[in-house]
Ligand binder design. Sequence first.
Ligand SMILES: [Zn+2]
Length: 493
Amino acid sequence: MRWRAGWDAIFLYGQFFYIYFIYENSNLLQVTNMVDLEKIEERNYNVLVHTDDGKYWRPEIETMPRPQFEEFQLAELKREIQFAYDNAPYYKESFDKAGVKPSDLKTLEDLAKFPFINKLTERDTQGKGSFFGLLCAVPEEDVIFMATSSGSTGVPTMSPFTQKDFDEWQDVESRWFYQTGMRKNDRYLHALNFSLYVGGPDAIGAQNLGALTIWGGTLPSERLIFVLKTYQPTVMWTSPSYAWYLGETCKKQGVDPAKDLAIRKIYVAGEPGGSIDATREAIEALWGADVYDFFGLSDIFGACAAMCDEKNGLHIAEDHIYVETVDPKTGAILEPGQMGELVYTTLRKKARPMIRFRTGDIGWFDKTPCPCGRTHGRIHITGRKDDMFIVSAVNVFPSDIEAVVRGLKGITGEYTIRIYDLKHTSHFDVTVERDEGNTAETDEEIAARVQGAIKARVGVKPTVVNVVKDGTIERATHKAHRVIDERTLNYII
Ligand SMILES: [Zn+2]
């Protein structure tokens, strides 16, 4: 139990209800009765209870029945929209311009009346009017932390947090760790970048859960392997490319990650690999560990969503983020389950509320019940709008090609994709590596097999499949760059 002074009557009621729940061994969903919509603002995560032998970090939030949960979201959304309008100059101006007022939000669907923002809005408004700019809703002295985007698609954007934003974010991280089975007796190796990166502070979520947390950062692989061998951590978070690279490097040094190390769970983020079954299963086999995909955005926080044991999509923290899916071209609302661009609205962030943020991620939102009992929906991300390319009128995502290449035998799973113009249309070639042990096939036979498998999954085949020797393709350390885009024509998606 985690006690702290200042807890109010509603949570006292929650505690009693929870004790009642344990005593009666009754249906978990009953505990959700403790939520009083009028008292949302007073929600203080530190006083909510959880049990170490339970399944959920915050059962009353994570398993709240859908109709009640959506009422809860609406109350939060109303508060956030009003707060943004009253305090962030950008929203005041953009809502007025669009002719909408916070009081126009009477249902969750009414959010569609409000204007979108995107990465450009962040970039164009930062530094204007104040240090954090026109989207920021608090004075700078209330901001205690900032991360920045990588800047891989332009000027890095700053992401500010108040103390409350930060604490609630770390509570969500504890939720994901707990969801995937991390407990107090685990040793957790946080092998993510700490420099400006929004995933860095997530180590605190593991500490708050009570796990022994090792702040690994981006140590060179030699040093990291020393840490793995000497301190025997049981859980690790890194990128999928690096998990693969590190596992292979261990093997080359005579260390079998599945037998000689204690890692039993690996979290991956930053690339789509963790949600590509073939990639995830390959990493699982290499390490003899369970792999869970996590997803975060520097614009919101470290991990906004994470897999549960079902490994079928990522539960998103819907008590903090309201999800819409829109047509990437027109912005029109799509139904949950339809493929489109994911749009997020923060429900509680104060430093910089994000209202209808177009992420550029293409995927779908699954609101059907999950067998794990959590009622929060699951996101499935297929790829970035920017990464998608069109060949013969078919939308192709690099992640689809990865899914094929990682799943085939006789090749190493490493690949590159080259996209180029030929006779005024896009073409793509794929390069794969022959597995050292594959002596049964010629290069031509491998190429034909890869070409056929890609055609079967994606709908179009690569113009050429090159087969090269094992080890030819440069191994990625953190974020892999596998796509070479040589197109010069202007393709607008
Ligand atoms: Zn689930």
